[in-house]
Design a protein around this ligand. Sequence first.
Ligand code: TYM
Length: 324
Amino acid sequence: MRILSGIQPSGVLHIGNYFGMMRPAIALQSRGEAFYFIADYHALTSLHDPDALREHSRHVAIDFLACGLDPERAALFRQSDVPQVTELAWILGTVTPMSRLELAHSFKDKTARGVAASAGLFTYPVLMAADILIYDSDVVPVGKDQKQHIEITRDIATRINETFGSRKQPVFKLPEAQIHAATETVPGIDGQKMSKSYGNTIDIFGEEKETRKRVMSIVTDSRAVEAPKDPANSTIVQLYSLFATEAETAAMRESFRAGGTGYGEYKKQLFDKLWEFFAPMRQRRQEIISDASYVDNVLANGAERANAIADQVMSRVRAAVGLR
Ligand code: TYM
């Protein structure tokens, strides 16, 4: 089984990234051949600051390693270290209907928020399809916001197979998304999906004071301390359940219903759990940061492993479409 996923270095990683993608990806690294990359070409659709792009790319690598990615098992690499992926994106683009891309909600969301509607942003899903198909990937662990992109990938692969393959010899495998219901959309401090671009994140490796401030500013209703509260629609409970045991979460729900405790107290409990949860990873992160060459070596080795597969697949694709 080949597992693949990517993450954009467009900012600092948050707990939505962690529970939606990083933790499931780390759990899968011992179950097959895993390829995880830093989507720097994709980040260029929203970030035009070279120093920031370099800095974020490096930090995504550091943070992923600190969270438990094992480079002996999973290949960790920069998307741009496998430039053939842009060649494949071009080929895929020649069979992709414009109408399919016009329906993509990520394009609509981003342009609605004021991101410039560049050709790169519009064809973003085609490059993402290339990322997935160039490694003959079977499984793609992602959060729910990426589901449509995987569906587009499957459509594009089917079109290539119908145009250039045969039933006996398809050009591409069809990948499957892996999305876990409990963590498919981690809410941000305002209750919307947590996202770098909504400014509602709690970062994995934020400073203690800032992280506490963010947790304490989670939006709630204005029920008084004594009043019973609704655990079903509470962002606090939803986030707490990610860090606490089932029994602890059940106890918080019960206490909500009973009343007598203010939201501030629950937020403190959430902060304490969250801070404790990431403590070993913070420690590991310090060790990784203090060894400057470690990350470079991991990325170089990951790029080599990724290129070996991408070269094979591209030879097959070039032959199939008639470029060789
Ligand atoms: P990106 O960088 O926006 O997010 C990385 C991963 O984190 C997940 N995620 C979330 N999951 C649950 N709740 C949230 N609030 C939340 N926020 C983010 C995302 O679903 C994603 O899995 N297009 C991709 C990067 C990419 C990619 C690929 C992924 C490029 N090529 C090929 C898989 C395969 C993206 O922008 O993810």
